[in-house]
Design a binder for this molecule. Structure first.
Ligand SMILES: Cc1ncc(COP(=O)(O)O)c(C=O)c1O
Length: 450
């Protein structure tokens, strides 16, 4: 999309050549720009908006807290808002996760979990344990520590000289099984890859393993086989390695359960949560940890050598409390499961487009992967930027999606991630899918794929 930009606009945009319409207001599942155009938020921005846009109760909570106290530094005070949010989150989390550390960004929260894992090992006298193993085809953030853990070659490439090398294992990617297995002969080789890697690296050197329960940005809702995370948990326990679940996208009901790991009844040692935690009403993330981790520090050195200016800030805490109350009061987690089933059902209708290779997901967290050739699962030339093309065409038609590339091998592969607000109705899902249908038909024609 092109359009002139005002000479008064000094914002350093992500893509300086791109034209961004000016968002003016938002309500429910819709965002409106200053030209009056309406956009159905089919991805909650970047899988952020859970309870919907423009909820009055949240604005009320903001005003109330801002009028009382908006800021107190976490090294000097606690606040009732922070205490309340921690209690609500512990209630919402799997049993055993009892302490909540506050942050304001996802990458910051990921790096907090990495550091916390390391300090936990040091406090226990396991001084040699420092490595964090993660997976290829994953995303954990854009700051250097988080980027190092991620497994997206395209995003990492320029910055490799600045990053610490960390071990990666194969993803749980059934559509493109890295081990050539099929559902009939799968022995969860992708989970066993963790054990192999721990052994190669030396169990005495490994502090933690990090994974997204359902991969989001880098591959479009990759759901692992049942048994995968149970096996991961077993392996982590066997080698005294912490399991950190990155639930930044999958948490807070997005996949139809409170957290992604709840689908398999697995309890991680730490859960990183954000995005849906505030549903976009404020920047806030948390790391929720098992009591043993907190106790190791409390009874050990007594200080977690970390902290950020806006950690525990009362305004964000009060907003997240109001969001969580709204989520629970309106039973939006079950709604996500129900509407997610409906979304996945109607998305099947898009298989008539020859370039749709796979449709997958859980709850209102769905992915569509595109292929040049369905049988060979051949990917499109990345120079085509097919995912961006589809995303921007749908955007022009008034549907926001979250396109991505590089899922197949870090560079090749195109997908679309869909994650509408959990309040979406069947009618709005039908509208989403009909815009996708129209978009795919146009793009397929342009590619000569009809
Ligand atoms: C799974 C996951 N982890 C971490 C992050 C990083 O969050 P942030 O963009 O707030 O740094 C993201 C962002 O999309 C994410 O999807």
């Amino acid at each position: 999309m092109t359009a002139p930009r005002s000479n008064n606009d000094h914002v350093f945009y992500r893509s300086p050549k791109k034209f961004y319409p000016t968002a003016e207001r938002a309500e429910g599942v819709y965002i409106y720009d200053t030209a009056g155009k309406r956009y159905l938020d089919g991805s909650g921005g970047a899988v952020v908006v859970g309870i919907g846009h423009g909820v009055k109760e949240i604005a009320d909570a903001m005003i109330k807290q801002a009028g009382r106290i908006a800021f107190a530094h976490g090294s000097q005070f606690t606040t009732q808002a922070a205490v309340d949010l921690a209690a609500k989150l512990v209630q919402f989390s799997p049993a055993g996760l009892t302490r909540v550390y506050f942050l304001s960004g996802g990458s910051e929260a990921i790096e907090t979990a990495m550091k916390l894992a390391r300090q936990y090992q040091v406090e226990r006298g396991k001084l040699s344990k420092y490595k964090v193993i993660s997976r290829w085809t994953s995303y954990h953030g854009n700051t250097l520590g988080a980027l190092a853990l991620g497994g997206h070659t395209g995003r990492r490439r320029h910055y490799l000289p600045l990053m610490q090398h960390t071990p990666h294992i194969a993803p749980a990617y059934c559509y493109r099984c890295p081990f050539g297995a099929t559902p009939e002969n799968c022995s969860l080789e992708c989970a066993l890859d963790l054990e192999k890697t721990i052994l190669y690296e030396g169990p005495d050197s490994v502090s933690a393993f990090m994974a997204e329960p359902i991969v989001g940005a880098t591959a479009g809702a990759l759901v692992p086989r049942d048994g995968y995370f149970q096996k991961i948990r077993e392996i982590c326990d066997r080698y005294d390695v912490l399991f950190i679940a990155d639930e930044v996208m999958t948490g807070m009901g997005r996949t139809g359960r409170n957290f992604g790991v709840d689908h398999w009844n697995v309890v991680p040692d730490m859960i990183v949560v954000g995005k849906g935690l505030s549903s976009g009403y404020t920047p806030i993330y948390t790391v929720i940890v098992k009591e043993a981790i907190h106790a190791a520090i409390k009874e050990g050195s007594g200080v977690f050598v970390h902290g950020h200016t806006y950690s525990q800030n009362p305004l964000s805490s009060a907003i997240a409390c109001a969001v969580l109350d709204y989520l629970v009061k309106h039973d939006l987690v079950s709604r996500s499961a129900r509407m997610g089933d409906y979304l996945l059902k109607v998305l099947q209708g898009l298989f008539h487009h020859e370039f749709v290779g796979d449709i997958r997901g859980r709850g209102l967290f769905a992915g569509i992967e595109f292929v040049k050739d369905r049988k060979a699962k051949a990917t499109f030339d990345p120079k085509l930027k097919l995912n961006a093309l589809i995303g921007s065409r749908a955007f022009q038609k008034g549907l926001i999606t979250y396109p991505g590339g590089g899922g197949a091998d870090g560079v090749n592969g195109d997908h679309l991630l869909l994650a509408p607000p959990l309040i979406i109705t069947e009618k709005e899902i039908d509208l989403m899918v009909s815009i996708l249908d129209e978009t795919f038909a146009e793009i397929a024609k342009e590619l000569g794929k009809v």
